[in-house]
Design a protein around this ligand. Structure first.
Ligand SMILES: Cc1ncc(COP(=O)(O)O)c(C=O)c1O
Length: 394
């Protein structure tokens, strides 16, 4: 079959299975509201901008000033002409916030995972990866030369058996998300740390959805479990979610970061982020430090969602995070609920294969500290009643 025919067949298959996606535009006018090109106003209840910082006046001002003073693009990769002073400053601040010795910035969180995992996974190593890990972790594993072994989601018993089986491997890396992006579940880090110690393994933890969310002051999963940093724990993160900006990062020992500077191809061979994005991330991080009440407000809004769903009999397998997966398990049903809410002015993301396995379709609600209180509560009630009407029961 020639390529065009194959593409055509795949598109038809997607339509047939209710998996078609489109890129229709929504223009945001504040952190939680947007309008379509036809002027339909939407309350966005699936943002990753958990603290509403991308619209913070100081974040915008920092980016504007940076652009005004030094232009937009960065003109090259970090090791040629792309190391703006703000890059070093942001790395120092991120390392400090994540209680690590050092940090390295990548262009996105996706590239941070690719750049880290592909660089550290050598032939003879074994990577143990949670089955629900994000695509960027899976792709990083594919690019590495290590053997990759998948363990069932958060199954510490199975992980222990696998670590034991591969105890003579050259090096062992356990890779997991802190808060799982599609399920809102939290990885059992204390148990992982115990296993890592017992089997002399490193833990790579992708804290994309924990920064600004977990822990009293939003430092992430280590703070959540009141754990001390350790050279065994490598933290990955992104500035594109709770910091409302753009850019990924890896935090770890000085040796690891220096090694990545020399050997990580996505770091070496791609033009650096625009300095304005660095300025925005830096300012957002400062605001997160100085306004921890945003994190508390986020938790309070999460509690509201829990209470409304409990009272309405809607099941949600979520823990204390900003993500609520409302799993229908059916692609067509999920799209029906999405469309019904969309018509009512609520944008709740429909998540389907390949973001989750086929047959695990869901609506992914997320919390933002800047939701207007009444609108949030009304939207939750609306979501609950729409789900019940469309599904019959849930
Ligand atoms: C767990 C996880 N890691 C990494 C990423 C990628 O981050 P970025 O959007 O900055 O590329 C995402 C984004 O969805 C994510 O959910």
């Amino acid at each position: 079959m020639d390529a065009e025919k194959y593409w055509h067949r795949e598109i038809e298959q997607c339509q047939h299975m209710c998996l078609t996606r489109n890129t229709s535009a929504i223009k945001f006018f504040d952190a939680t509201h947007g309008t379509t090109e036809t002027g339909h106003k939407l309350f966005m209840v699936c943002t990753n901008d958990y603290l509403g910082l991308r619209f913070h006046p100081e974040v915008i001002e920092a980016a504007q000033k940076c652009m005004h003073d030094g232009g937009f693009g960065s003109s090259g990769a970090r090791l040629t002409t792309g190391t703006h002073p703000l890059a070093n400053q942001l790395e120092q601040n991120l390392a400090c916030f994540k209680c690590s010795e050092a940090a390295l910035i990548f262009n996105t969180g996706y590239m941070a995972n690719l750049g880290l995992i592909s660089a550290i996974g050598r032939s003879g190593d074994v990577i143990f990866s949670d089955e629900k890990n994000h695509a960027s972790i899976i792709d990083g594993c594919k690019l590495s030369k290590a053997k990759v072994v998948i363990y069932a989601h958060r199954d510490m018993g199975q992980l222990k058996e696998l670590l034991n089986k591969y105890r003579y491997a050259q090096s062992r890396f356990i890779i997991t998300e802190g808060v799982f992006s599609m399920d809102g579940t939290i990885t059992p880090l204390p148990n992982l740390a115990g296993l890592a110690e017992a089997f002399d393994a490193h833990i790579i933890i992708d804290d994309a959805h924990s920064l600004g969310v977990l822990g009293k002051d939003g430092h992430g999963i280590l703070e959540h479990f009141r754990m001390q940093p350790s050279p065994r724990i490598i933290q990955v993160g992104t500035c594109s979610k709770a910091l409302g900006s753009l850019g990924g990062f890896v935090c770890g020992t000085k040796t690891l970061i220096q090694y990545l500077r020399q050997c990580s191809r996505p770091f070496l061979c791609s033009t650096m982020l625009p300095p304005a994005a660095l300025a925005a991330s830096l300012k957002a991080l400062q605001i997160l430090r100085s306004e921890p009440e945003r994190v508390r407000r986020l938790k309070w809004f999460s509690e509201t969602a829990k209470n409304v769903f409990l009272e309405s009999g809607i099941s949600f397998p979520s823990e204390s995070t900003a993500i609520f997966p409302l799993v229908t398990g059916d692609e067509a049903l999920t799209m029906k609920i999405f469309e019904s809410l969309y018509q009512r002015g609520i944008y709740l993301a429909a998540i389907r294969y390949p973001s989750v396995p086929f047959g695990h379709a869901r609506l992914r609600l997320s919390v933002c500290s800047e939701y207007p209180e009444d609108e949030w509560r009304n939207a939750l009630l609306d979501i609950a009643s729409t789900i019940k009407t469309v599904v019959g029961h849930f």
